[in-house]
Design a protein around this ligand. Structure first.
Ligand SMILES: [Zn+2]
Length: 284
């Protein structure tokens, strides 16, 4: 009798496991900060086409980008149907966890070594770097920091179709281009996001603001992957609605690019439900 009760109690465990592929974990530890804090990517959807969104590379100083990533994550948790069937959306809420711990002041930009992680990448790196009129530490060499090494390796392995780095608060979208050459199509990505979000694009950051060097989008674009810095308009709000529109517009573009043998009906249904007409017209 005891055995029968035990068998009934464990019945779901042993017998009701559905057959099928092993589920892919929906969080990935990308690497660790200088302090040893994990850098975590959350994955939404399991399509073959990855897209990567990254907040908080400037830590607590731009904390609204971290909150925006969390809000987008919560939205897609609640609305899994808002992920295109051919997309895997990866969200890294905090690319610079050490900086988040350093608080919301200017020091919150940097990792525990005091390095600005958006001046530490392998294209156009300079030993003298700036944020506004302030000198910032770009690290002793490109990719000197564990955070940029981890993000670099993750991107090279994932080969995403696009990488968006969220910042605040220069109010604009700035495409990557190593040595001024757009290899990955970053200007295209900036234009698409600009039309959906309303953030302006088209004027180089260096003309608008100040010289930047060794940035993440420049290096990512050099790998043939479109990438932009998207700067929110303030350091306070997440500007959620317009940024959700940007992510949806991006998905709608890629939903049109069905892989051979893909379930086209599912993609058509997604496009019909989630995509506005102007998000679908495209020059590329
Ligand atoms: Zn920033």
């Amino acid at each position: 009798m005891k055995w029968l009760i035990l068998l009934l109690a464990l019945w779901p465990v042993f017998f009701i496991q559905p057959p099928g592929p092993t589920p892919v974990p929906d969080t990935v530890t990308v690497g660790y900060s200088v302090r040893g804090m994990p850098i975590v990517a959350e994955r939404f959807g399991d399509g073959p086409m990855p897209v990567l969104l990254t907040g908080g590379i400037h830590g607590g100083y731009e904390i609204n980008t971290v909150v925006l990533m969390s809000e987008l994550g919560a939205y897609f948790h609640e609305h899994p149907e808002a992920i295109a069937p051919n997309i895997s959306l990866y969200i890294i809420p905090v690319a610079n966890p050490d900086g988040l711990l350093r608080g919301r002041g200017f020091a919150g930009r940097f990792n525990k070594n005091g390095v600005d992680l958006n001046r530490n990448w392998g294209c156009g790196w300079l030993p003298e770097a700036y944020a506004g009129s302030a000198h910032v530490n770009p690290g002793p060499a490109p990719f000197s920091e564990p955070e940029t090494q981890a993000l670099r390796d993750f991107i090279l392995e994932l080969q995403p179709l696009a990488v968006v780095w969220y910042h605040s608060a220069a109010d604009g979208i700035f495409p990557g281009a190593c040595d001024g050459i757009d290899r990955g199509g970053s200007a295209w990505l900036a234009g698409r996001l600009s039309r959906a979000t309303g953030y302006p694009t088209g004027v180089p950051f260096n003309l608008y603001h100040y010289d930047v060097s060794g940035t993440a989008p420049d290096w990512v674009d050099a790998q043939g992957i479109p990438s932009v810095d998207l700067e929110l308009s303030s350091r306070k709000d997440t500007e959620f609605a317009r940024n959700l529109a940007g992510v949806m517009a991006l998905q709608c573009h890629f939903a049109q690019l069905a892989a051979p043998g893909w379930h086209v009906d599912n993609l058509y249904a997604f496009i019909e439900q989630h995509c506005e007409a102007e998000w679908l017209s495209d020059e590329r």
